[in-house]
Write a protein that binds this ligand. Structure first.
Ligand SMILES: Cc1cc2nc3c(=O)[nH]c(=O)nc-3n(C[C@H](O)[C@H](O)[C@H](O)COP(=O)(O)OP(=O)(O)OC[C@H]3O[C@@H](n4cnc5c(N)ncnc54)[C@H](O)[C@@H]3O)c2cc1C
Length: 467
């Protein structure tokens, strides 16, 4: 892509608006060619990663411009869990009250076998002694929250929809990116100090550096996800995952409507193995591809005996649900090339076990902004970001292939496929703890890792005299 023949493009946004040469004294970037000039970063992709990057850069005084290929930023998807390591970063960006408005603070996590027997149970978020909550939230609402904040802080002129990145060239002192619009077939050029590929699992930026990589790797597991109003389970804030990698049921509430005190908007997910992992997925990964009722019901029937809810009934009560193949890519040897780098799913797409993909994209965004403010050149900053974040996220990608923290369910189901009388005789507490809490440490959300990082939640608690 970088070597693509030059096209007759229209002038860049920035040049047309005259913002490229704007100067501000407070720019903290140390080694920019013109010390007083505001650094400007182009971001391809307006998903959770791209918008978190825009907000993080804005927070440190770096200009950001987002280019999203979709015609509009729609609030698609179903539930995701945002763990305390990422929530702390979002709180630092002033988004905690927004999260409380649209999500639910997760209080507890239960891992069960398919027969409804508890394998692991622990408190979560502030109920577990973290200084920061964990949220169960509609993915679209999280995206909407980031989008609204980006519009308010950066201005709508910096967030472009219907702009698909089709190429980029690195020049001596800047990067020039090219975009195409579906409406009118217009072609546009934009210039900046850096280009961030936050363009998801099918990243055009990634494929420019790795043109032979091909399609994402499919594990053979297909996922179906939906959300519907459902009677409250336990305290209305509890997340349950039942079943190992062969067939998994995920259940957690994502929104409390005050007008419906007895129910919660409840996210459900089914994962089932329908392939052996040697072929590409039957359909492309897409957050808004509707699933088929007959297909998912046939995979659920007679598989789960949970006691607290009936997966078939929950699925049948859901008007629209979506399917998503469980895909990832192999970790890369390098993300950053001069003024260009990768972030979020473009850099490290991972299986959803462990609820970490969006969280890691948010961590990427914050660390990228930190490196850009402390290094002496863009290339050095992107290399430092690569050196820090690439190994950390590669370890999570690989762990998720083995089941992540939910691997504890696989261990127990393999040893006791027909159930157990005493879980400790199947797998000791220490063994189960090592799997679940070992993963938390690996992914950076263990309690001591999160609580030792400062942030507004801690500051607020200390102000109120709590530890
Ligand atoms: C079933 C499932 C469950 C999950 N559950 C969780 C969870 O509980 N917790 C969690 O943290 N994570 C979870 N994740 C992962 C999480 O959703 C992703 O990691 C996260 O959305 C990645 O964000 P992103 O911005 O990097 O990529 P995306 O969300 O894919 O955004 C990329 C954006 O780039 C745009 N784009 C693509 N190509 C171009 C181009 N050429 N030019 C311009 N724009 C372009 C796309 O339209 C899109 O808007 C889950 C994922 C799946 C599949």
């Amino acid at each position: 892509m970088r070597s693509a023949a030059k096209q007759p493009f229209s002038p860049s946004f920035s040049e047309a608006r005259g913002s490229w040469g704007r100067f501000r004294r407070w720019n903290r970037f140390q080694g920019h060619a013109e010390n007083d000039k505001v650094m400007k970063v182009l971001i391809a992709g307006g998903g959770i990663g791209g918008l978190a990057t825009a907000l993080s850069l804005h927070a440190v005084g770096i200009e950001a411009e987002v280019f999203e290929q979709a015609r509009e930023l729609r609030e698609v998807g179903v539930g995701i869990n945002t763990l305390p390591h990422a929530v702390k970063e979002l709180a630092t960006l002033g988004l905690l009250s927004g999260l409380d408005r649209v999500g639910i603070r997760t209080s507890e996590l239960i891992y069960m076998s398919r027969l409804g027997q508890t394998v692991w149970q622990e408190l979560r978020g502030m109920d577990a002694g973290y200084d920061t909550p964990q949220f169960s939230i509609h993915r679209g609402k999280l995206l909407g929250l980031l989008h609204q904040a980006a519009l308010e802080r950066l201005g709508s002129a910096q967030i472009h929809t219907d702009h698909r990145l089709v190429g980029f060239d690195e020049r001596a002192d800047r990067i020039v990116a090219r975009f195409e619009r579906r409406d009118g077939g217009e072609r546009i050029e934009a210039a900046g100090d850096a280009l961030i590929g936050a363009d998801g699992i099918h990243s055009a930026v990634r494929s420019a550096f790795y043109p032979d990589e091909g399609s994402p790797i499919w594990s053979g597991m297909m996922g179906w996800r939906g959300a519907t109003e459902w009677p409250i389970y336990r305290d209305g804030q509890t997340m349950v995952i039942a079943g190992g990698n062969a067939a998994k049921f995920v259940f957690y509430p994502i929104h409390a409507d005050p007008a419906k005190p007895d129910t919660r908007l409840t996210n459900w997910g089914i994962m089932a193995r329908i392939g052996d992992g040697t072929k590409p997925p039957p359909r492309r990964e897409d957050w808004s591809r509707p699933g088929r009722l007959d297909e998912v019901l046939s995979l659920v029937r007679d598989k789960f005996r949970l006691g607290f809810t009936e997966p078939e009934a929950l699925i049948e009560a859901t008007e629209t649900f979506y399917e998503y193949p469980n895909c990832d890519r192999d970790p890369l040897p390098r993300w950053s090339f001069g003024r260009v780098t990768l972030l979020g799913d473009a850099a490290h797409p991972m299986y959803p076990n462990g609820s970490n993909g969006a969280g890691q994209a948010i961590l990427d965004a914050r660390r990228l902004a930190a490196h850009l403010t402390s290094c002496t050149s863009v290339a050095e900053a992107l290399a430092a970001y690569d050196a820090e974040r690439r190994p950390a996220t590669a370890a999570i990608v690989l762990s998720n292939r083995r089941g992540g923290p939910e691997g504890v369910i696989d261990v127990v189901e393999a040893r006791a496929p027909h159930g157990f009388d005493d879980i400790d005789k199947v797998a000791s507490y220490a063994e189960r703890e090592a799997i679940v809490r070992g993963y938390a440490s690996l992914a950076g959300y263990a309690k001591d890792q999160v609580n030792t990082r400062g942030g507004p939640v801690r500051a607020e608690r200390q102000r109120k005299g709590r530890t």
